[in-house]
Each structure stands twice: as C-alpha cells, then as structure tokens.
Ligand binder design. Structure first.
Ligand code: ARG
Length: 588
C-alpha cells in the first residue's frame, strides 16, 4: 500500500505545480507540532529563496489551491511560511480499512530485493557468551527480520571465532591435566574417540583458567601459541580435539541463542575461510597490492582526504602467520564466491570500527569485493552498568549471558507473582517471555551506536518506555477482544468507522505511519525507530482506551468499529515486536 505521507505529498505536489513552483518543494512530513496540525510542509520557505517571494505568499497560494481538496479537513498557511495540514476523518478511516484488509498490513515489499549477508553474533568457541555478544545478537537478529519484512533476502551468518589463541589455550591446559589422552600421542595412528573428553561446563571452566595462566606465565603462553600454530598446521590430534571443542560449544551456543530467539542461516566459522588465504595472499602480491614492511606483508589503505591516520592493513605477520584481518578478508572472498551478496553488514562492537575501515578499504582496493557490493559497519556501543562502566557481575567479573538472563527472569517472575497468584510453571514461562522483551527492548530502544546503561529495574518496569509496557498493552487488547468474543460477537468483517474523538483519530494517524516507519528502520539500519514508534502507538492506544468505554458501548456498529481498530493496533504491535525479536504472552 502507498504510504499516507506519499499520498498527501502527491496532493501538495499538484498544488505547488499548479501554482507554478517546482514539485521538489512539496515534501510533506509528520508534524512536529501535533498540537497545531497532523502533517506539515515547509517547502514554501525554501522556495521563497529561489523564487524571490515572501514564503507566506507562496504558502497561501498553495493552500488556496488545496482548499477544496477532499482529503484535507484543514489546511492553513502560517507565518513565516508553514503549511499546516489536518486530514479528514474519512480519509484516515479509509486508509485504515484498506490496511486492515491488506495481508501485509500496508507494508509493500521492495521492488528491488537485495541479497544481504549479516555478520552478527560473533561468539567465540569454548568461551561462554558474555554480554558483549548480546548486543550483536539482538541488533543483528532485528535487522535480519526487518530486512525480510520489507522483502530483502537476508542471510544471517554467526561467523564463529574458532581459529584463535583460545584453541591453543584449551589444548595446552587439557594436555597438562590429561597428558595421557591419545590426542597428545604423536605416534597414535588410529581413529580418535567419538566422545569428547570434556563437557561444556568443563570446557567453560578450562578456558578462563588457561587464559589467566597465560597472562602470568610466559612459557605457558608460548606453549599455547605453539599449540595454536600446530593446530593451524594440521596436527591430527589437535584437529580432533578442536572438532570436539567445536561440537560441544556449538550445541551449547545454539541452546543459548534459542533462548534469545536468535537464529542463524549459516554457522560458518573463521576456520572455513582459511583455505582461501594462500591464493588470496598470492594474488595480492602478484597484483602488486601488498608489499613487505619490516617483514610483514601489508596493503596500504591510506586515502586522500583522510583526516585521521589509517594504518596499513596487515595481511601476514613477519613469521608468516595470518591474523584476524586475514581471516576477515578471506571470508569476504568466500562470501563473494558462494553468495555474490549485494551487501555485507557487520554488526560488531564499535571499538572495531577502525579495524573494519582498514579491512573494507583493503577489500575494495584489492577488488576482493564486487564494485556493486556494499560493505557496511554497524557498530554498537557498550552496555554499561549503573556505574557507567562496562556491565559486570557483582563481584566485578565478566557477566555471562546466561546469568544475566536468569537474573532478569527471576525479577520478572517476582513482579508477575506479586500482582496475583499464578501457577508456578505458567509464571515461569511468562517471566521468560516478558524478561526477553525487557532485555531486547532495553537494548534496541537505544540508537545502536550509543553506549547505554543496562538498568534492570527500569527495563523490567511495566510503565514507561519498556518492553513489558508494550507487552502489557498487547495483552490488554487481547483481553478486550476475548471479552468481546465471549459476549457472542464476531471479530470478523467489521469496518473501522470515522474517529469520534481526538484520541481515536490520533491512534488512527499513528497506525497509518506503520509502513513508513518500517521502511525508515530498514534504510537507516535503525531498529530503535521501531521501538519509539510502538512506544508512541502504545501510548496513543492507552489514551484512547482510557477515554472510551468500549465493552459497554450500546451502539453495536460503533463498538464493532472500535474492535476492528483494536485488532489492527494489536497486529501492528505484534508485527513490530516480532521484528524486534520477541513476542507477547496471552496473559501477564
Ligand atoms: N569473534 C569476534 C569477537 O568476539 C567478533 C567477530 C565479528 N565479526 C567479524 N567478521 N570479525 O570480538
């Protein structure tokens, strides 16, 4: 369906042209003074300079030619040259009736679908998921869903970190603890056991111990680096161990992402890109892109007009070892080969911005990436505690994602059972649903690039700009609809009538913005726009609800109209929380 803003702009465009002005001035926006009008056009102010006329004169002419237009209830020229617009209740009701019938709720699928790879999640094998990975997962999942909603082919890739020093650390520690395992016997020729020699909890215990030791003990660190080197150069026993680590970790990661309602189309790993490295390096040398700098192989990525120093992109260290960069570049080669994407979006901590700038420039310069393929860095800020420092456990350690989620769910459970008595298992289930909304909405309602304070008390509140408030609103609508149905009336086939109060009209106007907001959230890579939209929508609904006695209304037609309006409100809210990556319970 057309956007209501475009429909209004079309009328205003005709008027500008009829009055002899260029149509480019006719852009209509949602009013930023809702007390005065619903929509506005500020084009007369711009046109005034080009046509050397007083802006108010232009505005008046345009308004004059729109006086009899049936879609405007009120259109006025206001000093110094604003055009203030109110649309008729008929027009908006009409729009909403179409929206109610549209299976996409007014959203038009793009005519130019793109293939977009999203690199998000980015967990590291054998290391527990921590809150730093939470943001990537939440934002990436939401971008994926928003993209799909508007009709793009979105491919989510978890891009598992499985090739770094953490592997060598675990192998080293394991060797110390269980030196007799066959994996460490260089003469062993048989097949390695199917069963891993550790569980996920052991694995998670091993890593921090090994990492701690390597920071204190130089020789331990060297052993870990050597083990990493051996693994990367095909040591059979280490490869077998690595496979175990991978399997045990991935099973656990999937479980955790499931809880977060996050899922990936691809479970590719850093190690998958390794086979592309030798050819890529050779090519960069042959084409003269890469050169030696103090023994290391680098590609210069400085560009004219740089205001800050962009260091060269290192491809190989002086000992010939590859790096994080090398893997990311080789992954681009792999993605181009396997998918030919139109765009790759990286949802990564914004502290890696300079790093990605180097990688992107290098990929462009060396033509690893197609000219038409966009590389986008969607950097996110840090999740801080109330003290303004990166979120930690009470003891000051790194907060594990599982503990964070458990903490929120317990808090939610308390709140839910405080209000009324619920069956324990249902309460727990509901707490998990509402808890997820608290976490995700708390995160997504901030512009991704900004740091934010993770405030459990605020996020779990049923009031204010929070996930639980949105869910509460949806549940309220569900309950009204259920009562209406229980009174023997049908929810099908009703028509939305003209608004009979300002709060009802406001709710309708807000609903009509839905397709515009979703488009904007996608183009600007900004899930927070959806959050602020549903916050406004929920407020508009609640205002309408408090002013309107829906269930006791005697005029059946009027009541049915409201019920239908509620249905659309619920559908829009549900569609929005779905792209944010959470859902609503039946009751709460
Ligand atoms: N595993 C990395 C980390 O934990 C994030 C990976 C981000 N994606 C990428 N293509 N480099 O920091």
């Amino acid at each position: 369906m057309k956007k209501i803003l475009d429909m209004i702009t079309a009328e205003v465009t005709n008027a500008f042209e009829a009055c002899g002005y260029d149509k480019k001035y006719a852009k209509v926006t949602i009013s930023n003074r809702p007390d005065l009008c619903e929509y506005q056009c500020n084009g007369a102010m711009v046109a005034a300079k080009d046509y050397k006329k007083a802006p108010i004169k232009i505005a008046e002419e345009v308004v004059q030619s729109l006086k009899d237009n049936v879609i405007f209830e009120e259109i006025t020229a206001v000093m110094p040259g604003f055009i203030n617009i109110k649309i008729t209740s008929d027009f908006i009701a009409d729009f909403l009736n179409q929206m109610a019938k549209d299976k996409h709720l007014s959203i038009e699928k793009t005519k130019d679908p793109k293939k977009i790879i999203l690199d998000y999640g980015g967990p590291n094998v054998a290391k527990p998921l921590h809150v730093g990975h939470l943001r990537s997962a939440i934002i990436g999942e939401s971008m994926k869903r928003i993209g799909r909603l508007v009709g793009h082919e979105m491919i989510g890739d978890v891009h598992l970190g499985d090739w770094g020093l953490q592997m060598g650390l675990i192998i080293t520690e394991l060797k110390l603890r269980q030196p007799n395992l066959v994996y460490f016997d260089p003469d062993y020729k048989g097949a390695y056991p199917q069963e891993p020699p550790f569980t996920i909890s052991e694995l998670e215990e091993i890593y921090p111990v090994a990492s701690g030791k390597s920071k204190e003990d130089e020789s331990y660190k060297e052993a870990a680096m050597e083990a990493t080197f051996q693994l990367q150069h095909g040591n059979a026993g280490y490869m077998a161990l690595w496979n175990h680590i991978l399997n045990v970790s991935v099973a656990d990661l999937k479980k955790n992402y499931d809880k977060l309602h996050v899922s990936f189309d691809l479970w590719k790993k850093e190690s998958d890109a390794q086979s592309y490295i030798p050819d890529m390096v050779q090519y960069m040398k042959d084409e003269g892109y890469a050169h030696l700098d103090e023994g290391a192989l680098v590609v210069d990525v400085k560009e004219e007009g740089d205001t800050k120093e962009i260091p060269p992109c290192m491809i190989l260290k002086s000992d010939g070892a590859s790096l994080y960069n090398t893997t990311d570049l080789a992954t681009i080669v792999e993605r181009m080969k396997l998918f030919q994407p139109d765009e790759i979006i990286y949802i990564v901590d914004k502290r890696q911005e300079l790093y990605f700038e180097q990688v992107f420039r290098c990929a462009r310069k060396t033509k690893l990436v197609g000219e038409d393929t966009k590389l986008t860095f969607l950097g996110f800020g840090t999740m801080n505690g109330k003290d303004g420092k990166p979120f930690k456990t009470r003891e000051g350690g790194v907060m594990r994602l599982e503990s964070l989620i458990d903490g929120i769910n317990q808090e939610m459970f308390k709140k839910i059972t405080d209000n009324h008595s619920v069956e324990e298992s249902y309460g727990k289930q509901t707490a998990a649903i509402v808890g997820l909304s608290a976490i995700k909405y708390g995160d997504l309602s901030n512009q991704a690039s900004k740091d934010y304070v993770f405030d459990i008390d605020r996020f779990t509140s049923f009031e204010g700009n929070t996930g639980p408030y949105i869910l509460y609103t949806i549940v309220r609508i569900k309950s009204i609809l259920a009562k209406y149905r229980e009174s023997g009336k049908s929810l099908e086939g009703n028509t939305i009538l003209k608004a009979s109060s300002p709060s009802e009209k406001q709710l309708m106007l807000e609903l009509a913005n839905f397709n515009h907001v979703v488009d904007q959230a996608f183009t600007e890579r900004a899930p927070h726009k959806i959050c602020s939209y549903i916050y406004d929508l929920a407020n508009d609904f609640n205002r309408f609800y408090h002013e309107t006695k829906i269930l006791s209304e005697e005029d059946q037609e009027k009541q049915a109209g409201w019920i239908n309006l509620l249905k659309v409100t619920k559908q829009v809210l549900e569609q929005c929380i779905d792209v944010l990556g959470f859902s609503a319970p039946e009751r709460m």
